[in-house]
Design a protein around this ligand. Structure first.
Ligand SMILES: NC(=O)c1ccc[n+]([C@@H]2O[C@H](COP(=O)([O-])OP(=O)(O)OC[C@H]3O[C@@H](n4cnc5c(N)ncnc54)[C@H](OP(=O)(O)O)[C@@H]3O)[C@@H](O)[C@H]2O)c1
Length: 320
């Protein structure tokens, strides 16, 4: 029987459990995909950690298990095993990238056919399964900050999943990219076309030293107070600062706050439209998906512990 990883309660990664489920069937406008790789993203643990939801005690039974738990896994890649009767353009046996999708930490997923894109032959499974969430987010942030040729852009969190995408996409667009990261990730960032700087006290001065003509735009993929403060200090036009982290200070600062919380810009059109471009760039090798570590499905909790530590150099990926 197919297996799926689900949180059994709100809490830390040890609430994740593998259970067996019946083989899913395709809806008329959907497909079933045998998952070969599922990308791990911070939103996955935020869904059950309580970050997004205050968990009322009366939702839990005596064993501490909540009545209705969210599923985890918002992106994957795999092979189509069933196609709904109304679906055209997708066939059993196609190798595909699936995004957006839910419950992707599994052997099999169902998805609407609109979420399915052909996987380029030269792109590995782990890379294909972890390209989309970070890629579309980075495209949205660079779009919101208006980053283009001739700009100097500061990328906070340049060595994270979203950051590594943002760095490459901004450089490909013709911008000069300054990216913050821990020193051990600087060689990788240089390889990808950025000027790396260490985050922490004195960041604004370090950025000024490598950008004597100033910084035109900033994208915040780190979500720290420092990222906000340094962006506000160095970028004259606040409409050219975009953050993917919500906070009261960001909401009050007059910058673009991107995401799914109240008052944030979800950027659905930009993100949906970006998928084709990302597949093409990753397939041609112009865009590199940096995979830090792969884990078997039953080690999802371990993957989340590594992710929660906050310093994985690239994507964490589950391989069923
Ligand atoms: N709003 C949205 O639509 C949206 C979409 C995707 C992600 N997100 C959020 O964006 C954040 C980043 O996601 P991700 O997938 O890129 O996470 P990630 O892969 O875990 O990357 C986190 C990065 O943050 C860096 N970092 C850690 N401490 C830092 C500090 N004090 N200052 C600056 N950078 C620091 C780390 O760099 P070093 O390893 O070099 O220390 C690491 O590479 C998460 O909070 C996620 O939930 C939001």
């Amino acid at each position: 029987m197919p297996r799926i990883v689900r949180p059994t309660a709100y809490g830390s990664p040890d609430v994740l459990a593998v259970t067996e489920v019946p083989t899913p069937r395709a809806a008329a406008d959907g497909v079933v995909v045998e998952v070969r790789a599922a990308g791990v993203n911070p939103v996955d643990w935020k869904l059950y950690s309580g970050t997004f939801h205050a968990v009322a005690e009366d939702l839990k039974d005596a064993a501490g298990i909540a009545a209705s738990m969210p599923s985890v896994g918002l992106e994957c890649a795999g092979v189509v095993t069933e196609v709904g009767r109304d679906v055209t353009g997708v066939r059993v046996g196609d190798e595909v990238i699936v995004y957006p999708v839910t419950a992707a930490y599994a052997d099999r997923v169902t998805a609407p056919a609109t979420s399915v894109l052909p996987k380029p032959a030269g792109l590995g499974w782990a890379e294909a399964g972890s390209l989309m969430l970070t890629g579309t987010t980075a495209v949205h942030a660079l779009h919101a900050a208006g980053v283009g040729a001739g700009d100097t852009v500061l990328v906070h969190g340049g060595s994270g999943g979203v950051g590594l995408m943002g760095v490459q996409l901004a450089a490909a667009a013709g911008a000069t990219v300054i990216a913050t990261a821990a020193e051990r990730n600087h060689a990788l960032l240089r390889e990808l076309g950025a000027v790396p700087v260490v985050y922490g006290a004195g960041l604004a001065d370090r950025v000024r030293a490598v950008a004597p003509r100033g910084v035109d735009a900033a994208v915040d993929f780190a979500g720290t107070d420092e990222a906000l403060d340094v962006s506000l200090e160095l970028v004259a036009d606040r409409t050219r600062i975009a953050s993917i982290a919500g906070s009261p200070r960001r909401a009050a600062a007059g910058i673009a706050v991107l995401g799914y919380g109240p008052g944030q810009d979800a950027g659905t059109e930009v993100r949906t439209a970006a998928r084709g471009q990302l597949v093409e760039q990753a397939g041609s090798g112009a865009l590199r998906v940096v995979v830090a570590t792969t884990f078997p499905l039953d080690e999802a909790a371990k993957a989340h512990e590594v992710g929660l530590a906050g310093h994985a150099p690239g994507k964490l990926v589950l391989i069923p």
